[in-house]
Design a protein around this ligand. Structure first.
Ligand code: BES
Ligand code: MN
Ligand code: MN
Length: 463
């Protein structure tokens, strides 16, 4: 057993209990009722970084939730790793679908996590994965093996678009200077198949409102003679995809980078079983854009999805009514080189054009972000790959991710450094869903792998 492993072994229970304590605080960034809890979480993260060996840690106030910044500079001539993560979580609802309360963590065994997993909101996204980095720093500090400088920037608004972090990054470029950015906020392919996420999708998120008559109407007295906003909205949404499931917005695909046949063949090497996939989410069949595989559809292709739709009467029983208004929240996942401002504009124009003259339409943009791809011919990627090889006995597979971390493309633009996405979550960990969980083995594997990244990165940097 090496130094890292024996340190982990003798502090296993504490490492687990500390994470459990952090998971008990409901740091829901989207809901202002939880502002005090979000702050409490930030303070807990600050204390944990101080204990792990950071020389200075501060809570940076923003117009929203605070950013925790800490650093340990051992020698200005050595390289610097900047760790990013987030301590905020998604709202836990619908609460009735949780088997145990979201902020009362419990450990349970599952088929894919035979050693047990911690069930709680934020267990995987991202408290559990972020905290691996804090524990990795503790190990390196206490075993005198930290080979380089480290900066930590842990925010509390990732789940609501990182707007204030963008300002912070732009205003603190000198302070945040680094040689590589390290993030654990993505997933791996399978429990024994480590992977490095080489791409994230961008995002454009909009809300639409269709208005018909100036009040709700009796559907017998008026039905058939006036436009029903819900019928119209459904029709407009249906027109956003064609029969091949291509998105119909004019110019939507203009900037989309197509992958070479070689790259597409490379992607097929990732293990994937269609039957297991269908079974895992209970679908009778797959569905999506013609001409692409499931793995391509959820990573290298852009999408358009309705996230919520409402209007009219939805309570018990029946009410005969034509609603005055209908609403939907729509997200588009984007790929390089689509620009989210441009896509939002194209969507708005097209959506408005789909409306018959009998209704009015309002499109309100929410947040967005650019997609990101990282090349694999850099020392950051190589260091991560070597670290995985040490702990999993197999090199990592590069994998384009389907989710978004909008701040990553801003890091590249403002700080001019590459981001390495070393994720340890599994797709089945139910992030953003009821019963989110994080494998205990994944947690400890992460803690073990991270110090090795530092070691290999510093060695490659000095070569
Ligand atoms: N950690 C996720 C993103 C993620 C998860 C990327 C798994 C790749 C694999 C992050 O916290 C997240 O949920 N991002 C949001 C975007 C944000 C602007 C709300 C998303 O992807 O929906
Ligand atoms: Mn996350
Ligand atoms: Mn998330």
């Amino acid at each position: 057993m090496n130094t890292i492993q024996s340190y982990i072994n003798s502090h296993k229970d504490r490492f687990l209990n500390e994470l459990i304590e952090l998971l008990k605080i409901p740091s829901i960034s989207a809901d202002s009722a939880y502002k005090a809890d979000v702050l409490k979480t930030a303070e807990a993260v600050k204390t944990s970084l101080e204990k792990a060996g950071c020389d200075s840690v501060e809570l940076c106030t923003t117009e929203g939730h605070p950013i925790v910044y800490g650093e340990k500079i051992i020698d200005p001539n050595l390289p610097t790793v900047l760790v990013y993560g987030h301590y905020d979580v998604q709202p836990p609802d619908p609460l009735n679908l949780w088997d145990s309360p979201p902020f009362e963590p419990v450990i349970k065994k599952t088929d894919i996590h035979p050693d047990g997993a911690i069930f709680a909101r934020g267990a995987c996204d991202d408290k559990g994965q972020m905290y691996m980095h804090v524990k990795a720093l503790e190990i390196m500090t206490n075993t005198n093996t930290l080979p380089c400088n480290v900066k930590f920037m842990i925010e509390g608004e990732e789940e609501v678009g990182s707007v204030n972090l963008s300002t912070y990054v732009k205003d603190n470029r000198e302070k945040l200077k680094n040689d590589v950015i390290l993030i654990s906020d993505t997933g791996m392919i399978a429990p024994n198949v480590p992977s490095i996420t080489t791409g994230l999708r961008g995002l454009s998120y909009v809300e639409v409102e269709v208005t018909g008559p100036n009040r709700d109407l009796h559907s017998g007295l008026y039905g058939g003679a006036v436009a029903n906003p819900i019928n119209i909205l459904a029709k407009m949404i249906a027109q956003l995809h064609d029969e091949n499931n291509h998105i119909t917005i004019p110019g939507f695909y203009d900037q989309v980078q197509d992958l070479s046949e070689e790259e597409r063949t490379e992607m097929t090497k990732a293990p994937f079983n269609l039957e297991d996939y269908k079974k895992s989410i209970g679908i009778p069949d797959i569905y999506g854009e013609k001409g692409y595989t499931t793995n391509e559809r959820n990573s290298i292709r852009p999408t358009l999805d309705v996230n919520g739709i409402w209007g009219g009467y939805t309570s018990e029983g029946a009410k005969t009514v034509i609603a005055s208004k209908a609403y939907a929240k729509i997200s588009m996942r984007l790929v390089p080189d689509q620009d989210w401002h441009d896509i939002t504009e194209k969507f708005t124009k097209y959506f408005e054009s789909l409306a018959p003259s009998a209704v009015t339409v309002k499109v309100t943009p929410h947040h967005g972000g650019q997609a990101y791809v990282t090349p694999i011919d850099n020392i950051g990627y190589q260091a991560a790959n070597k670290a995985y090889e040490d702990t999993f006995g197999t090199p990592a597979l590069p994998q384009r991710g389907g989710g978004s971390i909008p701040i990553v493309s801003l890091f590249e633009q403002q700080l001019h450094s590459k981001t390495i996405l070393m994720g340890f979550g599994l797709d089945s960990d139910a992030i953003h869903s009821p019963n989110e969980h994080y494998g205990i083995r994944n947690y400890f594997k992460g803690i073990e792998t991270i110090p090795l990244f530092y070691k290999h990165f510093t060695a490659l940097f000095n070569e």
